[in-house]
Design a protein around this ligand. Structure first.
Ligand code: SME
Length: 160
């Protein structure tokens, strides 16, 4: 792929435009998944998990692009997603085979990055990305995806 920094610099304004457009929320989140999955070769599964308003200790699968997953509901504390929700911090795993608290999605997945999306001091949801490449994520990925999550949070706040 082209230089990571260059690719991310191109994608950010595109994603910002999608999130600021007048379309239904889930259609915009779906578009963000589609852009990330198709334009970054080592992003093999891209999806959002959203906090269940009825049961705030659960994350429910929202829009995604990639193979269907059995993990459509994840409790806070369970797996990488659940722990990112618990700590409210970026969670990067460069080699999932070394993780004990991990919810496997398939034998091809080698690495995962999860970022919480914080709105009003609470977890609104998460952006979750699986990779079939070992150790694919650098600080550039964290920074770029953090900006994507900040744009999602801004969209959510502007509608509430
Ligand atoms: N691997 C995740 C579960 C979700 S899938 O990656 C889509 C986890 O351990 O939380």
């Amino acid at each position: 792929m082209a230089d990571k920094a260059e690719t991310f610099a191109d994608l950010l304004p595109e994603i910002e435009m999608v999130l600021k457009a007048g379309a239904p929320r889930d259609a915009k989140l779906q578009r963000v998944c589609d852009i990330l999955k198709t334009r970054v070769p080592y992003f093999d599964w891209v999806g959002f998990y959203l906090t269940d308003p009825e049961k705030p200790d659960d994350l429910v699968l929202g829009p995604f692009n990639g193979a269907p997953t059995e993990h459509v509901r994840i409790s806070v504390g369970a797996g990488i997603c659940g722990r990112a929700a618990q700590t409210r911090r970026l969670f990067v795993v460069q080699d999932v085979s070394k993780e004990t608290n991990y919810l496997a999605c398939g034998p091809d997945v080698k690495a995962e990055i999860v970022l919480p999306i914080l709105v009003g001091g609470g977890i609104w949801g998460e952006l979750d990305i699986d990779s079939h490449t070992l150790s694919p994520f650098s600080s550039e990925d964290g920074e770029f995806l953090g900006k994507v999550c900040a744009l999602v949070a801004e969209m959510v706040r502007s509608r509430s």
